[in-house]
Design a protein around this ligand. Structure first.
Ligand SMILES: Nc1nc2c(ncn2[C@@H]2O[C@H](COP(=O)(O)OP(=O)(O)OP(=O)(O)O)[C@@H](O)[C@H]2O)c(=O)[nH]1
Length: 472
């Protein structure tokens, strides 16, 4: 633990020195034992981010556990905790930092265990890129499909498919090409814009940071070059200005500022803004930051705006350009990833936490579930752990929102259980909801439920759907 703290302290210092370098956030995903930990260890090791004392500790451990036949077991570096090592499974999202001359990096390391889809969703929601690991011996697996699908659903457009353990397949070009083909056919049904492939051995280091002599047929970039060179600025939306107001700053009667982190777009002094949902308008008087006033600010910056007029704005409102507004509604059509052991029940009240506003509401209908292996639509009355579904959401209050693919910050939300305060799911907004769905889901009478039960009992061959779960 002491070593970890040291590492953390030093890396914060290190990151400070690299403040002006571009930051790439990425996630690594794959099935258990595909080699995520080894790969991350290799990236850290070969980019010289490991300190000598840690290296010595790993060398000793590798000898003691005799895990890798004399090679340093880089996985030991990542699976730092003793209990994790004993279990052999990484169990939560862990964030790691490293830097090269070109960029600095944050890795969200997400475990491969089937039930931990939610951890991947957590890591992926803030990532620019996903490394999807495939064991060269086995090719595309269920987890590959699941992770690629979630990456696509979360709007992660950059994917590096790292075909690992190529050393066990004699660095065969045919194996690489074959897995590439398998993956491309899977990707056809997904919205991943930029897919790159690398044949690697995380254990031996081939094509990770240094080019391998074992694969003379491969002329592409190393994995590290891909991480350094994949353009990320394109994933920012500088078109649609959105400022979800985190708090209203009123230190004295003469100053009233609206503070928050810009979710998308650019704002300048003098711009005409509208407050949503109320619809009132004014002009930007000042843009105040920690380092003083500035004439313009863009996505990801934390700012405080003051306006020309005294208008009513409170926490949770969204400031937008008057000529480019977000939508406002209380009924939404959404994609949901369910993350709790206890199933989601339509018409049960949950809290929905948007960029800066939390409001109660309920799902009025599950339109369909999505099978992550086949992409087929299915029917469901409840939504179970790790299931993904298209749903109709009915909120108790109006919110300002965007389609998730347009603006992540104003297009996503988390779902919180009102009793336990635990996050039970995550959602991405597709569009304004259809009110018709609300009627079919929300207004079922007790009589209809009883009638439905009778029909199902006495006329099972009619195959009527159980609607009791829709009523609560
Ligand atoms: N031959 C070979 N073995 C590898 C390679 N990469 C990883 N391994 C081995 O595969 C096993 C699993 O690697 P890990 O890095 O622990 O796998 P992981 O995906 O992090 O697994 P979890 O942490 O359990 O999710 C270890 O025994 C590694 O030494 C590789 O490129 N070649």
């Amino acid at each position: 633990m002491i070593e970890n703290e040291l590492l953390k302290a030093d890396i914060e210092e290190y990151l400070k020195q690299h403040e002006n370098k571009e930051l790439l956030r990425f996630i690594t995903c794959g099935s258990v034992d595909d080699g995520k930990s080894t790969l991350i260890g290799r990236l850290l090791h070969d980019s010289k981010m490991i300190f000598e004392d840690q290296l010595a500790a790993i060398k000793n451990d590798s000898k003691r556990f005799n895990t890798t036949d004399g090679e340093i077991d880089l996985a030991l570096l990542v699976d730092g905790l003793q209990s994790e090592r004993e279990q052999g499974i990484t169990i939560d999202v862990a964030y790691r930092y490293f830097a090269t001359d070109k960029r600095k990096f944050i890795i969200a390391d997400t475990p491969g265990h089937e039930q931990y889809t939610r951890n991947m969703a957590t890591g992926a929601s803030t990532a620019d890129l996903a490394i999807i690991l495939i064991d060269a011996r086995y090719g595309v697996q269920t987890q590959t499909r699941r992770h690629s699908f979630i990456a696509s659903l979360l709007g992660l457009s950059n994917v590096i498919v790292a075909i690992n353990k190529m050393d066990l397949m004699d660095f065969s070009e045919d194996v690489f090409e074959d897995i590439k083909k398998q993956y491309m056919s899977l990707a056809e049904s997904l919205e991943l814009k930029n897919i790159q492939f690398a044949p690697i051995s995380a254990l031996k280091g081939d094509n990770v940071v240094t080019r391998s002599e074992q694969s003379p047929w491969y002329h592409g970039e190393t994995l590290m070059e891909m991480l350094e060179n994949t353009p990320i600025a394109e994933s920012f939306n500088y078109e649609d200005f959105r400022l979800p107001v985190q708090y209203v700053n009123r230190p004295n009667l003469d100053f009233r500022g609206f503070a928050g982190t810009i979710a998308a777009g650019i704002v300048r002094v003098g711009d005409e803004l509208t407050v949503l949902p109320s619809g009132q308008s004014s002009k930007v008087k000042e843009i105040v930051t920690y380092d003083g006033n500035i004439p313009e600010a863009h996505a990801a910056m934390s700012v405080t705006l003051t306006l020309e007029d005294e208008i009513d704005i409170s926490r949770g409102d969204v400031l937008v350009h008057s000529n480019n507004q977000a939508e406002v509604a209380s009924d939404l059509e959404v994609n949901v990833i369910w993350m709790a052991e206890q199933a989601m029940t339509p018409n049960k009240q949950y809290d929905f936490k948007f960029a800066s506003k939390t409001t109660p509401g309920a799902f009025s209908n599950i339109d369909y579930t999505l099978d992550v292996n086949t992409m087929a639509h299915g029917e469901a009355v409840h939504l179970k752990l790790n299931e993904i579904a298209r749903c109709q959401l009915s909120l108790n209050n109006q919110i300002a929102f965007d389609n998730y693919k347009k603006v992540k910050g104003t297009g996503s939300f988390i779902i919180i259980d009102r009793l336990t305060n635990v996050t039970v799911g995550a959602g991405m907004i597709v569009k304004k909801g259809a009110t018709a769905a609300k009627v079919s889901g929300g207004n079922i009478s007790e009589f209809e439920i009883e009638f439905n039960a009778l029909v199902r009992k006495h006329f099972p061959h009619w195959e009527a759907k159980d609607i009791s779960g829709l009523f609560k």
